[in-house]
Design a protein around this ligand. Sequence first.
Ligand code: NI
Length: 241
Amino acid sequence: MVQITWLGHANFELKFENGEVLLLDPWIEGNPAYPKDYKIEKADAIAVSHGHGDHLGDVVSLAKRFESKVAAMVEVAGFCASKGVKYTIGFNKGGTVDLGFVKLTMTHALHSSSITDGDKMIYGGEPVGFILTFKDGRRAYFAGDTAIFSELALYAEIYHPELAFLPIGNFYTMGPEEAAYAARLLKVDQLKASGMSTTWSAASCNQIFQASFAVGILSTQIISYSGYVVLARKVLIQVSM
Ligand code: NI
């Protein structure tokens, strides 16, 4: 059982059976959807999708505090190392890194990536997503920020992800309708929507529900409206909101 907690925006905390913790795109400072008073107790590893501040956010400070391994595109990992992060794993699309408790495969993302450092803007390499392979062989797909792209069908064929974290902001990334099509390409059983929509409404939940239903991907039900949407056919992973 992997416990997944949504911490606002694209920030997720995954707790594994033996207590290991993986953070995805941790952004706390300035994140309006970060749950008030929530404390991150540890982070064995942090995966970062790209250099934008709402994703790279608190990576450096958390990695220093918890001595976390930071897995990211080489340029983003290099930036973290230059800021004093001890353990960085800079790799590239198509590569897989084994963290011991989970494997990360770096995927494509259709977006941009740069890092703001003071008044400078630094090249952040290409933006990416990750396929997460759990110990029992099950897989999840974390898209980061992206538009829809057709290679998602290949990811379905190669990785068979059971779970997808997709953005639906519809401004910097794809919106709910494209996310529904993306979920269909990915053939996932569960769809989690994350992204620029830090203020959520029943309307946006309904939008993605209806869109996913319209493209026939799921016999969906909405489990919760509490600031986050989970469309599930079966719940394989414990999720807290
Ligand atoms: Ni971005």
